[in-house]
Design a protein around this ligand. Structure first.
Ligand SMILES: [Zn+2]
Length: 476
């Protein structure tokens, strides 16, 4: 077999990486790669466990208390439009990935590369295949279906693992260390409104569009305005003397909504004109931090509308939103929430929120706060399934060791940061009490897109870092 990365470092890991590229492994199709891992372990006489979902654990004996290394075998399927492929997953399941070397970067031929998280799989295989490198006992964990909801990590039997130190290899920037992640849940608020006691004759329509939006994990601390909140505020101002027919906005609970609309109806022209004037008085309306925002109020056809909707506007104005707490020392967001979607069907209005926190108690308190607020305006509140977070550990010998080795290698300081979203680490922390964990990985760009690429020098650094860290852990 020919390797496009021949002559590049880390040689052994890159060879395994290229082998994995030939084995199709989109999320949900991890059987072949699990077969490959099992055969790999068998050939080398290593202990191997495999479960019904195709999670695989391979163990290597060593010197000192076991260390868990972990990455996921599945990859996101995305294909460049010029390939003219309608089903990206089927295409990747059939063809696998063709890696192409471009200077220091490795990318694929018009598809995702699967460096996320094939680099972890390959690195663990290279270590398991290098008995000459002295390490503690290793428990290499290969999980499935990370990309579709951390399903493999959730299904894995924690009793298979004895280690209480874990290095997750699914971060995308060498030189930075992930040290915490958020847990969270969705929350649905709902209320049925009764029809308004008059027939609406006039109506004003509110439209908000072109806000910046962004992911409710990564962008929640940016000064981006939530379109649902803004539409609620403006419709609430117009509602006096009228009543709401409908309100809708947003697309997903985990995205900050960029647009929203509402229709407010009036029994007579005078009330509509008064409302219109209240809006005119606001002009020119500038939305802070949102130079491209478009906000309009236009006359529209009336539709059946509903009474007591001031409760909805009060709820939108008063329910907590955005960042709720930060880690002052490290500067990252600990707890936040985002109202991502609002819908109304007939008189029934539903709002969906994404709540996040790396600290379980703060998430509970936030759920409580949102529920109380919902109830006080006559809404029901229903939390959805919860995924666990990974709280920042004040004391982490593993984190200290990694930072120390990085300093020895580069003379620089490792930056530590927190992901305000779910990671497999959260599940492992929840299942393995007292787990000391860090997440790291080589520098990649364009994850989950056909532009995905891996910076080879950073992969060599990842290898060196892991080997040196494991070397230090042999006497602990
Ligand atoms: Zn990943």
């Amino acid at each position: 077999m020919e390797y496009v990365t021949a002559g590049r470092e880390p040689a052994k890991a890159l060879r395994f990486f290229e082998e994995i590229c030939r084995i199709p492994h989109p999320s949900g199709n991890e059987e072949k790669i699990a077969d490959y891992l099992e055969a790999f372990a068998k050939e080398r006489g290593l202990e191997c466990l495999r479960d019904a979902s195709n999670n695989v654990v391979i163990k290597r004996p060593g010197k000192g208390a076991p260390v868990i290394l972990q990455g996921h075998t599945d990859m996101v399927s995305a294909v460049a439009p010029e390939k003219g492929v309608s089903d990206a997953k089927a295409y990747l399941a059939e063809h696998g990935v063709t890696p192409i070397l471009d200077g220091d970067w490795l990318h694929a031929d018009g598809t995702t590369l699967g460096a996320d998280d094939g680099v972890a799989v390959a690195l663990m295989l290279a270590l398991l295949d290098s008995p000459e490198i002295e390490t503690p006992a290793l428990e290499c964990v290969f999980t499935v279906s990370e990309e579709v909801g951390l399903d493999g990590a959730k299904a894995l039997d924690p009793s298979w693992l004895q280690g209480r130190r874990m290095i997750n290899l699914d971060s995308e920037s060498m030189g930075s260390l992930t040290v915490s992640c958020a847990g969270g849940c969705r929350m649905k608020l709902e209320r049925e409104f009764r029809p308004a006691p008059y027939e609406p004759k006039y109506a004003l329509r509110v439209d908000i569009s072109n806000l910046k939006g962004g992911h409710s994990g990564g962008a929640i601390d940016k000064p981006h305005t939530n379109a649902i909140w803004l539409a609620g505020r403006i419709a609430g101002l117009l509602r006096i003397g009228g009543s709401l027919a409908w309100i809708r906005g947003g697309e997903a609970d985990n995205a900050i909504p960029r647009s929203a609309s509402a229709l407010v109806c009036y029994p007579n022209e005078a009330l509509m004109l008064a409302a219109e004037k209240r809006f005119m008085d606001l002009l020119p309306l500038e939305v802070e931090g949102e130079p491209t925002a478009e906000v309009s109020v236009t006359r529209a056809e009336p539709e059946p509308s509903y009474a007591d909707t001031e409760d909805l506007f009060e709820l939108i104005a008063n329910v907590p939103r955005g960042v709720q707490s930060k880690n002052e020392q490290q500067g990252f967001v600990v707890t936040s929430l985002n109202c991502g979607v609002i819908k109304s069907e007939g008189g029934k209005v539903t709002l969906t929120f994404a709540l996040r926190s790396s600290i379980a108690a703060e998430l509970e308190a936030l759920k409580e706060k949102v529920s109380k607020c919902a109830e006080s305006y006559g809404f029901s509140a229903e939390p959805g399934a919860q995924y666990p977070g990974w709280a920042y550990a004040e004391v982490s010998p593993l984190r200290d060791t990694v930072c120390e080795v990085w300093h020895e290698m580069t003379g620089g300081t490792m930056t530590v940061f927190s992901i305000h979203g779910g990671l497999e680490c959260g599940i492992f922390c929840d299942r393995l009490p007292g787990l000391d964990v860090v997440a790291l990985g080589p520098t990649t760009r364009g994850a989950h897109t056909p532009e995905e690429r891996l910076y080879l020098p950073s992969y060599a650094q990842t290898w060196e870092l892991i080997v040196k860290v494991l070397g230090k852990l042999t006497d602990k």
